[in-house]
Write a protein that binds this ligand. Structure first.
Ligand code: PEP
Length: 252
């Protein structure tokens, strides 16, 4: 009953020319895939070009981050309104690389979520534990904090629109993928935590994506887990055939 979503995070890869080429390939390769929602998140410099190519296709376009203010003296940042002006209407919020390298904490992430909703941008809230946290038995504590604190000020309508990506930090870009059982257990935990905030009905509708070294050859097994509703794909989203392979696995 939850339609799968396969999202690509291109990170700080693809200059404008390369992004245009990748978007053109994706447009062809992903055409005609039924039963799955598709999203790509290019770097901000390529948003407008990629939107131009994918406009009218089934592939949505999102940014990888936004600032919580609409405009002002925030050198190097981009606002939700600016993202919308490119044609993109999705955004990743709280990616672990933002948390690790750019100081995104729960307070800021909460403000970014509100800013996204104000601009009618669909947010994908990324959460996940480090290996040290997992090994110290802190999985639930970390996921509770990262998920529930940013949701505190959201209304029912906003809670109904949010998408969560569970991305264990130890599996991102490492080639180490969580086992289907580890991923399923964490997703069930996230759904339970969300239910404690938004109610069981909303939790049953919540789409929770898995992220961390997803490839065409491991996607099928992960996506067949009952609480895994899609994937957030980094490295493999930079290759149109690989991204198509993962998207195809979601239609089975
Ligand atoms: C990511 O950046 O969100 C990610 C999951 O990366 P990768 O697929 O390369 O592990």
């Amino acid at each position: 009953m939850r339609r799968p979503l396969i999202a690509g995070n291109w990170k700080m890869n693809q200059d404008n020319r390369e992004a245009i080429e990748l978007a053109r390939q994706l447009k062809v390769k992903l055409a005609g895939l039924d039963g799955v929602d598709l999203l790509v998140c290019p770097p901000a410099t390529a948003l407008a070009s990629v939107c131009e190519i994918l406009g009218g296709s089934a592939v949505a376009v999102g940014a990888q981050n936004l600032h919580d203010r609409r405009s002002g003296a925030f050198t190097g940042e981009i606002s939700g309104a600016m993202i919308r002006s490119t044609g993109a209407d999705w955004v990743l919020i709280g990616h672990s690389e933002r948390r690790q390298f750019f100081g995104d904490d729960e307070d800021w992430i909460a403000r970014k979520l509100l800013a996204a909703f104000e601009c009618e941008i669909h947010p994908v809230l990324c959460i996940g534990e480090t290996l040290a946290e997992r090994e110290a038995g802190q999985l639930e504590t970390v996921l509770r904090r990262q998920l529930l604190q940013p949701l505190e000020n959201l209304g029912e309508d906003q809670l109904a629109k949010i998408i969560v990506a569970y991305e264990p930090v130890w599996a991102i870009g490492t080639g180490v993928v969580a086992t289907p059982q580890q991923a399923q257990d964490a997703h069930a935990l996230v759904r339970g935590l969300f239910a404690s905030r938004a109610g069981q009905a909303a939790a049953d509708r919540l789409r929770i994506l898995y992220g961390g070294s997803v490839k065409p050859d491991n996607a099928g097994e992960l996506l067949s887990c009952p609480d895994i509703d899609g994937a957030l794909v980094g490295g493999a989203s930079l290759d149109a055939a690989s991204f198509q392979g993962i998207a195809a696995a979601a239609t089975n």
